[in-house]
Design a protein around this ligand. Structure first.
Ligand code: ADP
Length: 403
């Protein structure tokens, strides 16, 4: 039977941090948000805000995820802190962000012991992310035993990819036995901007073709055909695809073997490609604010880094426009896509061959808001759409429990 769901708590837990947001689903308004950092490390930091109230508590003792969620729920029910809830039982449902749902989950799932065991089995595919999220779920279940808990997966949106998109040209046995294939990430964000772009374009979702670009510290570009993922730039892990803040994106895999024959361990190569590569490796900073300022000041390394970055974006957009046949819009989101007008300008110039033009003034004026940044004569409109992964998780949680 459908349940009455009004207040949905969205939880994004990592191994030592837990972020939360509370939504009123009648209005889709965010009522409160906060985060706990340094869980189980000591000197934890708690930040919390509601309308008209914000606080930072540090240091505080938060030995585990159960204590973290208790701290969060304590603030949500404290009249002195905005008092958006009367008691813990006013939280009608909890939506948990999970990075990896493997091939098992193409949609959100209501959590029970069987589902938790299934998700635990997927941890080898996301060893840095899924175990922390599972600790968050266990903690929340202890503090909010009466509420239904739902897992929403970053990979789920991409499960509609056809074989020609997700298969690596490797022996089939690796896919079947070890799960070696493309999964894709940032799916919740790609889904959010896809739905919003279809609404803005006034097109039915199932007739909307897009290239959605989530550009942040981690970045991925997705080809959306008929409202569904057709291909995406990240791979079995979030290392593949475009150049990122500290991740290399696509590199000849033989570079890894070569380094390993020259004294690097597997762990060294992993850390090198994930943390010491990308824009940071090319010019010293991974933050596009610094990189664009350095470009403006004439720094040659920064200029090459920006050019290399947008070159990698353009390669995916060009390929996806070719695969889609008809592209209704290119969508930009994420910290860079929403805010960095310099990066957007360089990116749009890099895809001028597709007939895309830039509206210089609109592009410069756009920061963190919806806008069209391409010119009126552009062959494909380019839209900036701020993402809202937390609201998408709340919507999906609501939908699972009420439909
Ligand atoms: P994450 O992948 O960690 O969620 P974000 O989506 O927050 O990352 O994106 C971070 C990136 O966005 C950084 O490179 C940062 O420089 C860039 N960014 C954020 N705000 C601005 C801004 N106002 N101007 C230019 N770049 C920005």
């Amino acid at each position: 039977m459908a349940e009455v769901i009004r207040n949905v708590l969205v939880v994004n837990a990592g191994s030592s941090s837990l972020k939360f947001m509370l939504f009123d689903m009648a209005s889709e308004r965010m009522l409160a948000k906060g985060q706990v950092e340094r869980i189980g490390i000591g000197n934890a930091l708690f930040t919390f805000s509601t309308e008209g109230f914000s606080e930072k508590q540090s240091p505080c003792e938060v030995p585990d995820h159960t204590a973290a969620i208790r701290l969060a729920c304590g603030a949500l029910t404290d009249p002195a802190k905005g008092g958006c809830l009367k008691s813990f039982s006013d939280i009608d449902a909890v939506g948990h962000r999970l990075v990896h749902g493997g091939e098992r989950y193409s949609a959100p799932v209501r959590l029970d012991e069987a589902a938790l065991r299934e998700i635990e089995k997927l941890s080898p595919l996301a060893p840095l992310h899924n175990p922390g999220a599972l600790q968050g779920i266990r903690g929340c279940e202890q503090v909010l035993p009466g509420a239904p808990h739902v897992a929403v997966f970053d990979t789920a949106f991409h499960q509609t990819m056809p074989e020609e998109s997700y298969l690596y040209a490797l022996p089939k046995e690796l896919h079947e036995r070890l799960g070696v294939r493309k999964y894709g990430f940032h799916g919740t964000s790609h889904r959010f901007v896809t739905e919003r772009a279809a609404a803005l374009l006034g097109k039915p979702l199932d007739q909307t073709n897009l290239v959605t670009c989530h550009l942040g510290n981690g970045s991925s570009i997705t080809a959306v055909k008929g409202g569904k993922c057709f291909d995406t730039s990240m791979g079995m892990t979030p290392l593949a695809g475009v150049v990122m803040g500290t991740r290399s994106g696509d590199v000849d895999p033989a570079v890894a073997f070569y380094l390993m024959k020259n004294g690097y361990s597997a762990e060294d190569v992993d850390a090198l490609f994930n943390k010491q590569a990308g824009v940071k490796a090319l010019c010293g900073s991974s933050d596009m604010r610094d990189v664009c300022a350095a470009c403006e000041a004439g720094d040659r390394d920064a200029q090459v880094a920006l050019a290399r970055l947008v070159h990698s974006y353009a390669m995916y957009v060009g390929g996806y426009v070719a695969l889609l046949g008809r592209t209704d819009a290119i969508v930009l989101t994420g910290g860079i896509g929403e805010n960095s007008w310099e990066t957007r300008a360089a990116f749009l110039k890099a895809i001028a061959g597709l007939g895309v033009t830039l509206d210089e003034a609109a592009n410069r004026a756009t920061r963190g808001v919806e806008a069209t940044v391409s010119g009126k004569d552009s062959a494909i409109p380019v839209l900036v759409i701020p993402t809202n992964e937390e609201l998408m998780i709340a919507r999906e949680t609501f939908a699972v429990l009420t439909k």
